[in-house]
Design a protein around this ligand. Structure first.
Ligand code: ARG
Length: 282
């Protein structure tokens, strides 16, 4: 099972219109530490976080995407990281179940949001999974992270619910605690990732399945360069990831750097703030 993974674009990259869910960081703060990036002793400028986030949202709209909003809830400072709230593939919604008590209320809040909007194929998760933080969707597979947050059992649950093959990947570096901090889907079955974030076995799996993947080094991963969102042509990523941007350009993508430094204090960037709602025909 080897994916068609081109080293170079064969023609112009084509953007596909996406539907995203985001959550304005009105209550964003760092009041606890559940990943190594978070330091509750460091001041957070919530207004600045909102400004940065608004720019990201405007960018998606300028690129022609649809952006839905889930209302932020007081007492849930991490809710801005909407990617963690659910996983939506083919119109089916797998709810999230968080490892940490501080975020647990976000799961039901997202489930209600989807139910209220008429989604009927909605599953309350049995096992711990932190949504698209650990589930990334390619054309052929769902890539699933474990080791820090989502449980291995949640991988089987996702495979059964979505009817898509799930490839489980073991994360080993606490700085890359969610799969979306170490790997991003660019287009189809094309990905980029930071090999050192994974166990030796998982690295071997990634090499085997994605031989043409773009590999990112520690300096690119360390500025959250892999926490990127691609529509198939435009790749929105942290502006500090300049080397990665250049390499994406070589492959025919159009990288767009954004400044989300305030939200980095919670250990998240572009992808963490963006949940993709994939329609039934996907
Ligand atoms: N502070 C949040 C946490 O540790 C950040 C989540 C980032 N989200 C993501 N999709 N990686 O849970």
């Amino acid at each position: 099972m080897t994916a068609a993974a081109p080293h170079r674009a064969t023609g112009p990259r084509v953007a596909r219109r996406r539907r995203y869910l985001m959550c304005r960081p009105e209550f964003f703060d760092v009041t606890y530490a559940i990943n190594p990036w978070m330091d509750p002793g460091k001041p957070v400028d919530t207004a600045l976080a909102v400004t940065e986030w608004e720019r990201l949202r405007s960018l998606y709209l300028e690129l022609g995407h649809e952006v839905e909003l889930i209302p932020p809830l007081p007492g849930l400072p991490d809710m801005v990281y909407a990617a963690n709230g659910a996983t939506v593939v083919g119109g089916r919604v797998l709810g999230a179940r968080f490892r940490d008590a501080e975020r647990s209320a976000e799961g039901p809040a997202h489930l209600s949001w989807f139910r209220e909007r008429g989604f009927t194929e909605v599953r309350e998760p049995r096992h711990i999974n932190e949504g698209e933080g650990d589930f990334l969707v390619t054309d052929s597979w769902i890539l699933a992270g474990r080791g820090f947050r989502s449980s291995p059992e949640s991988h089987a649950e996702a495979q059964e619910f979505f009817g898509r093959p799930v490839i489980g990947l073991e994360l080993t570096d606490p700085r890359y605690y969610h799969l979306d901090t170490a790997l991003a889907v660019l287009d189809g079955d094309e990905i980029m990732y930071h090999p050192e974030a994974f166990s030796p076995g998982s690295r071997a799996v990634l090499r085997r399945v994605f031989p043409g993947a773009l590999l990112a080094g520690p300096s690119e991963a360390g500025v959250f360069g892999l926490n990127a969102v691609s529509d198939g042509r435009h790749v929105v990523l942290p502006e500090a990831a300049t080397t990665l941007a250049a390499r994406l350009r070589e492959r025919g993508f159009e990288p767009i750097g954004v400044d989300l430094t305030e939200l980095l204090k919670g250990g998240g960037s572009v992808k963490c703030c963006t949940l993709e709602i994939r329609p039934p025909q996907d």
